[in-house]
Design a protein around this ligand. Structure first.
Ligand SMILES: Nc1ncnc2c1ncn2[C@@H]1O[C@H](COP(=O)(O)OP(=O)(O)O)[C@@H](O)[C@H]1O
Ligand SMILES: [Mg+2]
Length: 269
């Protein structure tokens, strides 16, 4: 194995198994021996059907899976093996080095807190930033995420889905992470808003040299905004490569199926 890259997030031989519960107590091997890396300034798409294991991969990186999950494999972030850090140490890496936009982020805001307060809480918790400073910073962050500055004083229910997804993005980049892991950040948004939110994510990648892991079930959407793609099926990465190559010349029948499904929809009637 090569020495871990100082500029990337490396996942080596990751497996995730959920302990069984219910009458059959059958355990689920959700992720099997997955290896890949994300470099700073690069957007990597992790695509596959629902249930293929994408969220399990994403959430295992900052160690946010439920206790029923047992995780094996190694994870390096900028050369440091974060998979062997203590929980207290890991806490310092979350948000500051590796931030996430979890699946359904736009529905998980606390209803009685303004968008600004959601962001200032992150800054105050991680940087002990005084309120006046965190408020100014929150206003900058919402603008970076493509919202109007006055979004900070609005409540979640006063915003559209796309606006809330941008607010979740603003909170995720609050601590200027090296890597952003975004789980279906555009699902449930209309096509135009999807495109705009993705453009914001890719411009963040470029402008801040952030590395992005973009999880989505939508292969064409990913191919338009990612540098490279990982195709996941039943817990395994079955195909990988530069985004254009994977989409235009898929090797695996499964990948072909994911692309063809959309081509069929796009055919003129
Ligand atoms: N907390 C959990 N407990 C048990 N099984 C789970 C849990 N979370 C996910 N799974 C199972 O793991 C597999 C992968 O799920 P997930 O990672 O959510 O896939 P995806 O994000 O691609 O839809 C699925 O079979 C799912 O049912
Ligand atoms: Mg998922």
């Amino acid at each position: 194995m090569n020495a871990p890259e100082k500029t990337s997030l490396e996942i080596i031989g990751l497996s995730v198994t959920y302990a069984g519960h219910g009458t059959h107590r059958r355990s689920v091997r959700a992720v099997r021996d997955c290896s890949f890396s994300v470099s700073r300034g690069e957007t990597v798409g992790l695509v596959g059907e629902s249930g293929s294991g994408k969220s399990s991969v994403l959430m295992s990186i900052p160690r946010l899976l439920p206790e029923s999950a047992s995780v094996t494999g190694k994870i390096f972030c900028r050369g440091v093996e974060i998979s062997s850090l203590s929980e207290a140490e890991m806490n310092r890496w979350r948000w500051r080095k590796i931030a996430i936009v979890p699946q359904g982020a736009m529905n998980s805001f606390t209803p009685h807190l303004t968008i600004g307060r959601h962001i200032t809480e992150v800054l105050e918790h991680h940087f002990k930033m005084p309120r006046h400073e965190s408020e100014a910073r929150a206003a900058e962050l919402v603008k970076t995420a493509g919202l109007n500055e006055n979004a900070v004083s609005r409540y979640p229910h006063e915003m559209s889905g796309g606006e809330k997804q941008r607010a979740a993005l603003a909170a995720a980049i609050a601590c200027e992470p090296d890597f952003l892991l975004a789980d279906e950040p555009t699902t449930a948004l209309d096509v135009i808003t999807q495109k705009e939110v993705l453009e914001t994510i890719t411009s963040l990648t470029r402008d801040r040299g952030m590395g992005v892991l973009l999880v989505t079930h939508d292969l064409p959407l990913a191919s338009g905004s990612c540098d490279s793609l990982l195709v996941m099926r039943d817990g395994e990465i079955v195909e990988r490569g530069p985004a254009r190559e994977v989409t235009s010349r898929p090797k695996e029948p499964y990948t072909r199926m994911l692309t063809d499904a959309v081509r069929d929809m796009e055919k003129p009637r």
